[in-house]
Design a protein around this ligand. Sequence first.
Ligand SMILES: Nc1ncnc2c1ncn2[C@@H]1O[C@H](COP(=O)(O)OP(=O)(O)OP(=O)(O)O)[C@@H](O)[C@H]1O
Ligand SMILES: [Mg+2]
Length: 255
Amino acid sequence: MLILEGHGLTKNFGGLTAVHKVDFEIQEGEIFGLIGPNGAGKTTLLNLINGIFPITQGEMFFLGQRLNGLKPHQITRLGIGRAFQIVRAFEGMTVKENVLVGSLFGTKKRKDIGTGMKETEKILDFVGLGPKKDYMIPEITIADRKRLELARALVMDPKLLLLDEVMAGLNTREVEDLMEMIFKVNRQGVTILVIEHVMKAVMGISHRIMVLHYGRKIALGSPKEIAENEEVIKCYLGERFVRKEAERKGHSRAK
Ligand SMILES: Nc1ncnc2c1ncn2[C@@H]1O[C@H](COP(=O)(O)OP(=O)(O)OP(=O)(O)O)[C@@H](O)[C@H]1O
Ligand SMILES: [Mg+2]
């Protein structure tokens, strides 16, 4: 079953077309990667999905329902959660309070503080922030901020989770932890759309990947197809990545 469909999606900022006639379909249960050079339109596409920017042209459907014209909070309540590229936490609150706010006010279900608190604790344990739940935001590391951003999206109980560069700035170990966490969320039935520049991560977790370049879709396919696509290599991955992949597989094509 399709969970998200974009048909001819276009977004103009004045004279600049940030997203140009993009078509895509995401299957329920999928991990769908979105890659492309800086300024390719990836974050803008996410902003169209969750209603932060109005769609200039084209249509978007979530589980068959048309999203055009809906407000971000309405879209969140339909079941689309999001972790932002720039982490937006309330600096004057604790880790726990930051997640609790989302739990109490972000979903359709009305709930009391006790229920919200229980859900919050469960999700903080899941993302590994249990021991730091009473820390103030300025006291936690970048990796913890990324985990918090994930927790704030998960507490909304999304059917579709949008992740924008949650791996940026993390070390190898932290990237691996986060990949494992994303797999776990996906196994619980959550569909995931992930924007990522960390190639090892996006190639490792995605079922399919779409590549944007100057707002246009230039490729869509399995990680293997994308890694071998001439245009994608030329525009984004570069020869260095391809050589590294070949060496990793033990049949170096490096010259
Ligand atoms: N609010 C805005 N107003 C005007 N132009 C914008 C706005 N947001 C994005 N753009 C422009 O749209 C284009 C796409 O930007 P976008 O942030 O979607 O790229 P991206 O693929 O997410 O890049 P990155 O990998 O650097 O995060 C860029 O040229 C950017 O300058
Ligand atoms: Mg971006």
